[in-house]
Design a protein around this ligand. Structure first.
Ligand SMILES: [Zn+2]
Ligand SMILES: [Zn+2]
Length: 155
């Protein structure tokens, strides 16, 4: 079988963890929840949403440090440099939120989507003012996501 075309690659700060993707992200969004803020050491963490099947781990995947800070999702970090790498929700494992800062922009064939929404603004850092970027703004999750999450818990 022919290898899928690589449209972008990414890496953690130290380079131990690398990946490629066969598709561009479907969308990008900023999460302002306290967990993301602590992990990023910044006012938010930006996630690029990909089909999980698009991502190929080219190094370091077996050493990824997996963590759970809630009962709905798993996150992964580079064990060496600590860079956040991804987050996957238990109820939609077919999607992966790659920490967008790990995307190596020089590798991108095509155009990355601009950040389209801000979520968990109820936990936003008081010292950070949102730019006037005309993107969607949500206190928690976006409604369709919350509905899927709620439905998965009722099962
Ligand atoms: Zn690293
Ligand atoms: Zn978050």
């Amino acid at each position: 079988m022919e290898k899928p075309e690589v449209v972008l690659s990414g890496s953690c700060m130290c380079g131990a963890v690398t990946y490629t993707s066969s598709t561009l992200p479907r969308e990008m969004g900023n999460c302002h929840c306290l967990t993301c803020r602590k992990l990023a050491g910044a006012p938010f963490l930006t996630f690029a949403d990909f089909p999980t099947s698009s991502i190929t781990w080219t190094s370091g995947s077996s050493s990824l440090k997996k963590t759970r800070y809630s009962d709905i999702a798993e996150r992964a970090h580079c064990p060496n440099c600590g860079s956040p790498i991804y987050m996957v929700y238990d109820h939609q494992k077919e999607s992966i939120g790659i920490a967008a800062g790990t995307i190596d922009e020089g590798s991108v064939k095509g155009k990355l989507p601009k950040t389209g929404h801000h979520i968990f603004l109820e936990e936003k850092a008081g010292w950070y003012d949102l730019p006037d970027d005309e993107t969607g703004r949500y206190a928690k999750f976006r409604a369709p996501f919350q509905e899927r999450l709620d439905a998965s818990k009722k099962k």
